[in-house]
Design a protein around this ligand. Structure first.
Ligand code: CP3
Length: 332
């Protein structure tokens, strides 16, 4: 929390995106026979899975176990998370009628989120809990494409070809996301991260026109709640300044841009989060150590630095590597 606020810290804090997930044997065990979205709606499982990496690694923050599509499912969107694929939507949104079916989110729609966060805050003690949501562009991409997409073709077709419908969809999603983040903070989340994982597909000038107004609204709507706001996307080297302009306190950086250069692009008044390439964890420890020290060295150029990977933990990662990495960051 102090690093997010650009205050002095005794050591660089560290957590990992997707730390609660498929690389942990204890995760695979509790998930046996339980579909992903069932797990995300079961408070006991949410609490247990969120705690697993905190217990094992001693990371400085817990990330709430859920998924970006959970609020969409909660308002009645017919979707599922298919193993090895990702979110799949039965009736993709392609027109006004599709948009009209997306109703606003109310706190009562996700009682299991509130319940799990309240329980976690008690269990975590001094360790902060990071709540999260998917950003309108990334959620919109799943809703428009109907599933994961390499080129986001239909998404961009709507963005460029039907700008009015696009902005109406982004606006509707921004409202849902804002409510979802607010209710997580109200339940006790100490910080929030807005994942715009796929927004790196958009050129900077189009980001400014088609995406920025909506993320701005979300971050502005969280301002009065006073918790650090983290914003992350993959392949966003050309967008880093704009991600900061959206109103985030912390800009998450993938592995493509070194943190000293990222600090220059983001400008003053922001902390950075990142950015070891998750694939480096598959190399021998000596390589991990050398590369992690390099991330720390360059991260020192930022006004605040939260160590993380440049994207999520890969399922084949050896948890012992993450344990050693966490210890290295804490003692460096
Ligand atoms: O530890 C954490 O970071 C918290 C949990 C978390 C999950 N999803 C759990 C999950 C978070 C923060 C997310 C966010 C999420 N979900 C994003 C944004 C972050 C990112 O990685 O860019 C996105 C794009 C999604 C959509 C999604 N959900 C994908 C692409 C997948 C993977 C599909 C696959 O199997 O390859 C999911 C499923 C998912 N979400 C899993 C987990 C642990 C795996 C499902 C399983 O264990 O069966």
């Amino acid at each position: 929390m102090r690093a997010c606020r650009r205050q002095e810290v005794p050591h660089t804090p560290v957590w990992y995106m997707r730390q609660a997930g498929r690389s942990l044997p204890e995760y695979l065990k509790v998930r046996e026979g339980v579909p992903m979205l069932t797990a995300c709606a079961t408070p006991d499982l949410i609490v247990e899975i969120t705690m697993q990496p905190v217990r094992r690694y001693g990371v400085d923050a817990a990330i709430f176990f859920s998924d970006i599509v959970v609020p969409l499912k909660a308002i009645g969107v017919d979707l599922d998370i298919k193993p090895g694929v990702g979110p799949v939507v039965a009736d993709p949104i392609r027109d006004r009628a599709g948009l009209d079916a997306l109703r606003p989110l109310e706190p009562g729609d996700v009682p299991y989120v509130t319940e799990a966060i309240e329980a976690l805050v008690g269990e975590l003690g001094d360790t902060p809990l990071i709540g999260f949501a998917g950003a309108p562009f990334t959620l919109g991409s799943y809703l428009i494409e109907g599933g994961p997409s390499k080129n986001h073709d239909r998404t961009k077709a709507m963005m460029y070809g039907e700008p009015e419908l696009w902005h109406a969809l982004m606006d509707r999603l921004a409202g849902i996301v804002l409510e979802h983040l607010r209710l997580q903070i109200a339940a006790g989340a100490s910080a929030v991260q807005l994942f715009d994982s796929w927004v790196g597909a958009v050129a900077a000038e189009d980001y400014r026109e088609f995406v920025l107004p909506h993320t701005r609204r979300i971050f502005a709507g969280l301002e009065e709640l006073g918790v650090p706001r983290i914003h992350f996307g993959v392949g966003t080297g050309e967008l880093l300044g704009l991600l900061g302009e959206s109103g985030a306190d912390v800009v998450g950086v993938d592995w493509r841009v070194p943190l000293d250069e990222a600090a220059r692009r983001v400008g003053p008044g922001k902390a950075l989060q990142g950015n070891l390439d998750p694939a480096i964890l598959l190399a021998p420890w000596e390589v991990v150590e050398r590369k992690a020290r390099e991330v720390l060295r360059r991260g020192a150029a930022a006004e605040g630095h939260v160590f993380n990977l440049g994207h999520g933990v890969l399922p084949s990662t050896d948890p012992d590597q993450l344990k050693r990495l966490t210890d290295l960051i804490h003692t460096s």
